[in-house]
Write a protein that binds this ligand. Structure first.
Ligand code: AMP
Length: 285
């Protein structure tokens, strides 16, 4: 595996690969890697000849400075995990490489309200910062395919919207959410959970699966309220539990009128914020 910290060295290597007509898959991450991230690397390897993984804790997508400060960083261990998974290139730049002074990197785009609901409501500015870094990384790497996880469903939806709106020449591929045996979605943040909260945290997945069961029997509103109560009673502090159309992210009133439905949840486990989601109807691939 080659480690690049500079845009210029990465691009020199990628140019050589392109001359050889190699296809490139790209997996952007913020590090503190787990099996969920590595499953995206596996997908990349099936789709392309070269896999590039980036590790960059992007400051512009953190609305909470404390969260940015506390975000786990473990580059050496990450590099070892990627090497063992046959990743070709690890791109681990410093912020100045991504945001050099004088370079305009903001993405100007009508987000059609996709950034205003759910995560957008509780993390103002998060998605603009996320799109900014994804667009910049796509410009740097120029991959044939971009692999992202369903774990961050709203993020995936916004990136799909950006790719379609700007007609970016890249294929977006979604990877399923990998879970711990008890159902908790794998996340870099899980390692910061206290043992008590770690025990409680799978309630989010339990509530999502219950919603899927309840979809056809009775009122959706009641099912959502019951789910919220169950999260609260468990000791987590829910921010939202929403059933939305999987494309417009608009709240669903009549489930029967939609072909693709997703339930999304966010809750605090002490000072750790967890998110999860589950398709209730339809599939994304
Ligand atoms: P992050 O490092 O949290 O920004 O995540 C990098 C990529 O990994 C994103 O596309 C995430 O959606 C994806 N990802 C995070 N957790 C999981 C998971 N449990 N299963 C599959 N993909 C994941």
């Amino acid at each position: 595996m080659q480690l690049s910290t500079k845009v210029s060295t990465l691009q020199t290597y990628l140019r050589q690969q392109r001359v050889l007509r190699k296809r490139v898959a790209f997996i952007p991450t913020m590090g503190a890697l787990h099996e969920g991230h590595l499953s995206l690397v596996d997908i990349g390897q099936q789709k392309a000849d070269i896999t590039v993984v980036s590790i960059f804790v992007n400051p512009t997508q953190f609305n909470n400075p404390d969260d940015l400060l506390k975000y786990p960083r473990m580059l050496e261990k990450d590099a070892w995990m990627l090497e063992n998974r046959n990743t070709d290139i690890l791109f681990a730049p410093v912020p100045e490489e991504i945001y050099p002074p004088g370079l305009e990197t903001q993405v100007e785009l009508d987000l059609q309200g996709l950034d205003e609901v759910m995560e957008g409501e509780f993390r103002p500015g998060h998605f603009k910062g996320m799109l900014q870094v994804v667009k910049r990384l796509l410009d740097i790497v120029g991959p044939d395919s971009l692999v992202m996880g369903q774990k961050d469903f709203q993020q995936f939806t916004l990136v799909r919207h950006m790719i379609q709106s700007l007609k970016l020449p890249v294929q977006l591929i979604i990877g399923p959410t990998l879970r711990e045996p008890d159902g908790l979605a794998m996340s870099s943040r899980n390692m910061r959970l206290t043992p008590e909260f770690r025990k409680i945290a799978p309630v989010l997945y339990q509530v999502l699966t219950q919603l899927r069961k309840d979809l056809d029997s009775g009122s959706l509103d009641t099912a959502v309220q019951t789910g919220l109560m169950r999260i609260e009673n468990s000791g987590l502090r829910p921010e939202y539990l929403s059933v939305v159309d999987a494309f417009s992210l608009k709240k669903v009133i009549t489930p029967g009128k939609h072909s693709h439905l997703v339930a999304c949840v966010a809750a605090w486990a002490g000072d750790i914020r967890l998110i999860d989601n589950l398709m209730l109807k339809g599939s994304l691939d």
